[in-house]
Write a protein that binds this ligand. Structure first.
Ligand code: GLN
Length: 468
């Protein structure tokens, strides 16, 4: 059921808002072992639901997301809730304002369920780098849920939240959506405001939406997307994405990846990719294999660009401005060093170190500059293909979720999984991940669209989903 139908049921009285949320709270409490919620309050939820219920009773005008439940990744600021970014350094940090997108959700009468677990500062692809412990995959609790938006995907897949907001720098919405077999959408760069979203790598970061079906994404995007004077990179207009009932896959040109076997892809993922291709062909789409020369290098380049931006963004956590401060210092230098050594986890420290190295002036920033050049090559290659085709279809991740703990020390493997995700962020394109089998461990595929062609991308995705 999509969220607009649920909204209708609340309004018509078919489903009682109060009992629905009493039940949601119980389910969240029953599922505590999944380690999804980092900050959650029954009282706050019920206070909100009572407020909405009164609006309904008083026949007031109701918002477009009336009664829709949303879980929020813990790097998106929500007043009244801690914002930890999954890190010790922000363990007790309470923001003083809402992210723009949170204000917009609230204006449309959504219900915020709470803040959800994530890889520390969104650095990771498994949900295991959080200071607060790994999130579990609701489809099989021995498995990782993917990351870095681990709690977002788990909360949607476990039916605790209808919608979740995550962030995607190099696949962090699509990767966990694929591991938890739900839908994950990353919009065109600039479509959704990032004001009040903690930065990781600013030239790549975008907020994304997770749900159990494609249709539910539209009203959420329409509510939170579009111009924000507080974020200079947002598009100038409001967002108004419509469902096109005439949309057909017939004649739509889709590029697929040639020689896909050479990418070290898990057999099940590969099979599901081929199934998706067959399915699209049967519905009349024109599918052609395209030789991508540079995508193989995407995660290496990503490492350079992302770490460089990370090392600069992380400098604001110094023990003085906000967050954790060490007790162990005699000088300002020691205050900085010890706060950061004690406050950041291993993965974050590794990336700061790498980024500082890539940006080193002693080396004339050689690696960073080379990285920018190759980023440009990859972006141009993808955009060129999109000038000849309507969409590109790739597997979302190259692998299936591993056992929790099994690959924890293998940071490189986690990067490799996002080979097809990262080029999308390089070029600022929209993409959506769809599982071949909703809520079953399976391969997911990713459709990539042209810049600001999000409406057609979502319509294509709805058609594809219907045909599964
Ligand atoms: N898994 C990737 C990384 O660790 C992507 C992270 C993200 O998109 N935030 O960098």
């Amino acid at each position: 059921m999509d969220i607009l139908s649920i909204r209708e049921d609340f309004i018509s009285g078919k489903v009682d808002l109060i009992s629905f949320y009493t039940d949601v709270i119980k389910r969240i409490e029953d599922k505590k072992d999944l380690n999804i919620f980092l900050d959650f309050s029954k009282e706050k939820i019920m206070e909100r639901v009572e407020f909405l219920n009164n609006k309904l009773k008083n026949k007031e005008k109701l918002g477009s997301l009336f009664g829709v439940s949303v879980s929020v990744k813990d790097n998106i600021l929500v007043k009244g809730y801690k914002n930890t970014c999954g890190s010790k350094i922000l363990e007790n940090y309470y923001p003083i304002f809402n992210a723009t997108i949170i204000d917009r959700l609230l204006e449309e009468d959504a219900v915020i369920l709470g803040k959800v677990n994530m890889d520390e500062f969104a650095m990771g692809g498994s949900g295991e780098t959080s200071y607060f412990g790994a999130t579990k995959n609701p489809l099989d609790e021995s498995l990782i849920p993917g990351g870095s938006s681990s709690g977002s995907a788990s909360s949607v897949s476990a039916d605790l939240a209808m919608i979740s907001l995550g962030s995607d720098t190099g696949g962090s919405v699509r990767n966990p959506a694929s591991f938890c077999a739900c839908v994950g959408y990353k919009p065109t760069y600039g479509m959704i405001s990032r004001y009040g979203v903690v930065s990781m790598a600013s030239s790549l970061d975008q907020v994304g939406i997770l749900s159990n079906d494609v249709k539910s994404i539209l009203p959420v995007l329409n509510a939170i997307g579009g111009f924000d004077k507080m974020d200079v990179v947002t598009m100038r207009d409001a967002v108004d994405i419509k469902e096109d009932s005439d949309f057909s896959l017939k004649g739509i040109k889709i590029a697929t990846v040639s020689n896909i076997e050479s990418y070290e892809i898990d057999d099940i993922v590969l099979n599901d990719y081929k199934k998706a291709i067959e399915n699209l062909k049967n519905q009349g789409a024109i599918i052609e294999e395209v030789d991508f020369k540079y995508i193989k290098h995407s995660t290496n380049v990503y490492n350079v660009i992302m770490s460089s931006e990370v090392s600069s963004n992380m400098s604001r956590f110094d023990g003085i401005r906000y967050g954790y401060r060490t007790e162990n210092y005699d000088s300002t230098r020691e205050l900085f060093t010890n706060t950061r050594s004690e406050g950041f986890g291993e993965e974050v420290q590794r990336r700061i170190a790498m980024g500082t190295f890539y940006l080193a002036s002693s080396n004339n920033q050689a690696l960073y500059k080379k990285g920018l050049e190759v980023r440009d090559l990859i972006s141009k290659e993808v955009n060129k293909v999109l000038s000849e085709y309507d969409f590109i279809l790739t597997p979302t991740t190259t692998c299936l979720p591993s056992k929790i703990g099994a690959e924890k020390d293998n940071a490189l493997k986690s990067y490799a999984g996002d080979t097809f995700n990262v080029p999308v962020n390089f070029a600022g394109l929209p993409a959506i991940s769809i599982p071949l089998n909703l809520k079953k461990i399976c391969g997911s595929v990713q459709f990539i669209g042209k810049r600001f062609d999000d409406e057609r991308l979502l319509n294509l995705a709805m058609n594809f989903e219907r045909g599964l």
